[in-house]
Write a protein that binds this ligand. Structure first.
Ligand code: BMA
Length: 318
C-alpha cells in the first residue's frame, strides 16, 4: 500500500482561515447557536443541515447551501422543526438535533435525534431535492443517538452505525442491518472507548462513512472526562469495504481537538463535533464540525493520510 507518511501533529486537518464559517448572525430567523451539521453535495452545491438552539433551549434544523463549500447562504426558513401532529409530534416535542445525510439510490436519507419527555429516539426522513421532507419512521427505541447510514447496501441490506446508552458498558459504537430501512437488527458492537485514551469516556459515530479504496473511513467523536468537564475530539476508524462490521484500524491519535477560541468556549465549551464530511475527487476531504455547540467550522484533510493513521498507528477497536 502506497500511503504517505503522517504529517506532524496538528496538521492532520488544516483549519479554514475563514472559520467559523457559519454563526447565528447568518441565520435570518432567531436562533442562539449554529452547529453539528449534516453535509452532502447535491446538484454541485454543498448542502448543510445545521442544528440551532432556539432561545427556549430546544433545537431545530436549518438549511444552508454553498457553491464552494466555504461560504454558505442560509435559507429563509428552517428545514426541520418539531412535528406538530401524529406519532412524530409525540417524540419531537423537545426538539430535533444532530442530522446526518446519506445519499443512496437517488435519494437523501436524513437521520436526526428526536427529543421528548420519553427520551431520545432517531427519526429517519427522506428528501430528493432539499425542499420537501418526508418523515419515514422512528427507527430506534429510546436512548440511541448518532445514527449514520452507509451510502451503499451490503448484500441487499442497509447498514448503520449508532451509539446506545448503557450504564454498564461505556458508550460504544454498534452496527445494525435492515432490508427496508424500517426494521433493524443483527446488531453487534464494533468499537469501544479505550481506557485512559482521549476517547475513554464515550464514543459515537460522526460523519457518514466515506468510501476509499482501502475501506470505509469513519470520522467519529470521542470524549475524555476532566475535572472541568468533557473534552470532545474527533478520531478516525477504517471499516472493511465489504464487511463494515470488521474494523481494519482505529487511529491512536485524535485528528482534531478544540483549539480555536470558538471551539474552546461557547454554548458548551471544549467541543468539536462532526455530523458530516465531503470527499472531493482530488483525494481531499472537507470536514465540518460544530465548535463549542455554537458555530460551524470546517477544515481540509487528505483521505490517504487519515487512512494511514488508522492502519499504521492503530489502537484496539474493542
Ligand atoms: C452530545 C450531543 C451533541 C453535542 C455534544 C456536546 O451529547 O448532545 O449534540 O454537540 O454532546 O455538547
Amino acid at each position: 500500500m502506497n500511503l504517505p507518511d503522517n504529517p506532524s501533529h496538528n496538521q492532520y486537518i488544516k483549519r479554514y482561515e475563514g472559520n467559523p464559517i457559519l454563526t447565528k448572525e447568518h441565520v435570518p430567523y432567531p436562533v442562539e447557536t449554529v452547529h453539528n451539521a449534516g453535509m452532502v453535495k447535491h446538484n454541485d452545491r454543498y448542502i448543510m443541515l445545521f442544528r440551532s438552539h432556539r432561545r427556549n433551549g430546544r433545537s431545530i434544523i436549518g438549511i444552508a447551501e454553498s457553491i464552494d463549500g466555504f461560504r454558505f447562504t442560509v435559507h429563509d426558513k428552517p428545514f426541520v422543526t418539531p412535528a406538530k401532529e401524529g406519532v412524530f409530534a409525540q417524540y419531537e416535542e423537545y426538539g430535533v438535533e444532530d442530522p446526518r445525510i446519506c445519499a443512496i439510490d437517488g435519494e437523501y436519507l436524513i437521520t436526526y435525534s428526536a427529543y421528548s419527555r420519553y427520551g431520545v429516539r432517531i427519526v429517519l426522513a427522506k428528501t430528493y431535492d432539499f425542499r420537501q421532507l418526508e418523515r419515514v419512521a422512528l427507527i430506534s427505541q429510546t436512548d440511541m443517538r448518532n445514527v449514520v447510514i452507509f451510502p451503499q447496501k451490503f448484500n441487499g441490506q442497509y447498514v448503520r452505525l449508532d451509539r446506545p446508552h448503557s450504564h454498564i458498558a461505556p458508550w460504544s459504537i454498534w452496527i445494525s442491518y435492515s432490508p427496508d430501512l424500517i426494521h433493524w437488527g443483527h446488531s453487534k458492537i464494533v468499537m469501544r472507548p479505550l481506557q485512559y485514551h482521549w476517547d475513554e469516556m464515550k464514543i459515537g459515530p460522526g460523519a457518514t462513512p466515506i468510501k476509499t479504496k482501502y475501506g470505509w473511513l469513519h470520522i467519529y467523536h470521542g470524549v475524555f472526562s476532566t475535572m472541568s468537564g468533557g473534552i470532545y475530539r474527533l478520531g478516525v476508524a477504517l471499516h472493511d469495504l465489504n464487511n463494515p462490521s470488521k474494523i481494519l484500524g482505529v487511529a491512536d491519535d485524535w485528528i482534531l481537538q478544540p483549539e480555536d477560541p470558538w471551539e474552546v468556549a461557547g454554548y458548551v465549551s471544549n467541543v468539536v463535533f462532526t455530523c458530516g464530511a465531503i470527499a472531493e475527487d482530488d483525494g481531499s476531504v472537507k470536514i465540518y464540525w460544530g465548535g463549542a455547540d455554537q458555530v460551524m467550522c470546517m477544515g481540509m484533510a487528505q483521505i490517504d493520510v487519515m487512512v494511514n493513521l488508522c492502519l499504521n498507528n492503530p489502537r484496539l477497536p474493542i
